[in-house]
Design a binder for this molecule. Structure first.
Ligand SMILES: [Fe+2]
Length: 384
């Protein structure tokens, strides 16, 4: 195992990168950040906010992640973009007002660990409800790809196009609690949302999972609408979340203390944040030494495209990781062909896990049989 390399500087030919660098706020690189709540930010005059970009390895040219910090009691200028954006609350609480065109404003309150989606062409205005502490949010979108296809920043930030039906066509309770769509219904929901069915929605249905559809998920640290995720080991659970009217989605996995998941790989651009738990992940370029990414609440890391990644729980309670970025073109095989089964993994993987647990006075709870029987299936009790 190796430590992650230090931040690197490079000159990019991508318009998005040039735009990002022109803002003059910090850009954080590397494989992970251990706590986004304390990450260095800089003042962004136009947006009236302290902010920083994350451009970690595997995000380049694909996805944008930026951190903003709203000062106590402050309301930010509204922002409208022709691409959708997903927002996760790292700390603090506040109010979001969302509207499109001349339509009415929908407002809702958010707190730490909330996740919500702002549809394309909609205005979003964020306020910090507290007068005594800042609020930090993580924004995720696909601006780098979009700016390569349409190389005009003004198209994204001064675009007069309106389509209020995208927002108001979703029904009355745009930001009420999400609802579940099960099995085949998930495919129908996807087809309705985007006019197409994605391969990984079929994968979700096939492992018995539900899609939760909505614009607002109030607390990802507590969210308990989970389905057994049988294929990835460790007796883990997962939830898939779809935002209406877009191909953007998110998912979250939850797994028990002193356990670890199977290694797998797929395409680039995913950003993983930790709502709760303590552990580490290994990011491994095939044929190379693994990079260790330690994590706790509000840590973030990014598996580069084509690199194996594998998640380990070192805590005393279930850990959960929330994943942004499931574009179908980067989904990988959509089944378990791109996965390393426990009997096939390098024994150093489990030895390192055992040594990290031993430092904490604990032992691995992985049953020995998983290293011998590749068809071993975890019992899910009443969830079966
Ligand atoms: Fe993954």
């Amino acid at each position: 195992m190796t430590e992650a390399p230090q931040q690197e500087q490079r000159r990019s030919s991508l318009l998005y990168d040039q735009w990002m660098e022109s803002i003059g706020i910090p850009i954080h690189r590397g494989h992970y950040q251990s706590d986004l709540r304390t990450l260095e930010l800089g003042w962004w005059e136009e947006r009236q906010v302290n902010a920083a970009f994350l451009q970690m390895k595997g995000m380049e040219g694909v996805s944008e992640a930026r951190i903003i910090e709203i000062p106590p009691g402050k309301t930010l200028p509204p922002l409208k973009m022709p691409i959708g954006e997903t927002i996760y609350v790292l700390s603090g609480s506040g109010l979001a007002s969302i509207w499109a065109g001349e339509g009415p404003k929908t407002s809702f309150e958010w707190g730490t660990h909330a996740m919500f989606h702002v549809p394309r062409y909609a205005y979003a205005q964020l306020s910090n409800a507290r007068g005594d502490q800042p609020a930090r949010l993580l924004h995720y979108n696909y601006m780098p790809m979009a700016m390569t296809v349409v190389p005009d920043p003004d198209f994204f930030f001064k675009n007069p196009y309106e389509d209020p039906s995208l927002l108001y066509g979703q029904g009355e309770n745009l930001y009420s609690a999400a609802h579940a769509v099960l099995g085949a219904g998930a495919k129908d929901a996807m087809a309705e949302a985007e006019g197409a069915v994605r391969d990984d929605s079929i994968a979700a249905a096939s492992h018995g999972g539900a899609w939760w559809v909505g614009n607002f998920f109030p607390d990802m640290a507590q969210w308990d609408k989970l389905s057994p995720y049988r294929g990835r080991g460790a007796g883990g659970f997962s939830v898939k979340m779809l935002f209406p009217g877009t191909n953007m989605s998110a998912s979250m996995s939850v797994f028990d203390a002193s356990m670890y998941k199977k290694a797998h790989l797929h395409g680039p651009g995913r950003v993983i944040v930790i709502p709760r738990g303590e552990g580490y992940s290994l990011l491994t370029e095939p044929g190379k030494e693994a990079v260790v990414c330690p994590w706790g609440e509000a840590a973030v890391f990014t598996p580069p495209g084509g690199w194996y990644h594998q998640h380990f729980n070192l805590g005393t309670e279930p850990a959960r990781y929330l994943k942004f970025g499931h574009l179908p073109q980067f989904a990988g095989a959509g089944d378990y062909r791109d996965q390393i089964e426990y009997p096939d993994e390098d024994p150093k993987v489990r030895e390192y896990f055992q040594s990290e647990l031993a430092k904490r006075g604990r032992e691995s709870q992985m049953p020995d049989i998983v290293y011998k029987d590749r068809d071993f299936e975890w019992a899910y009790g009443d969830d079966d």
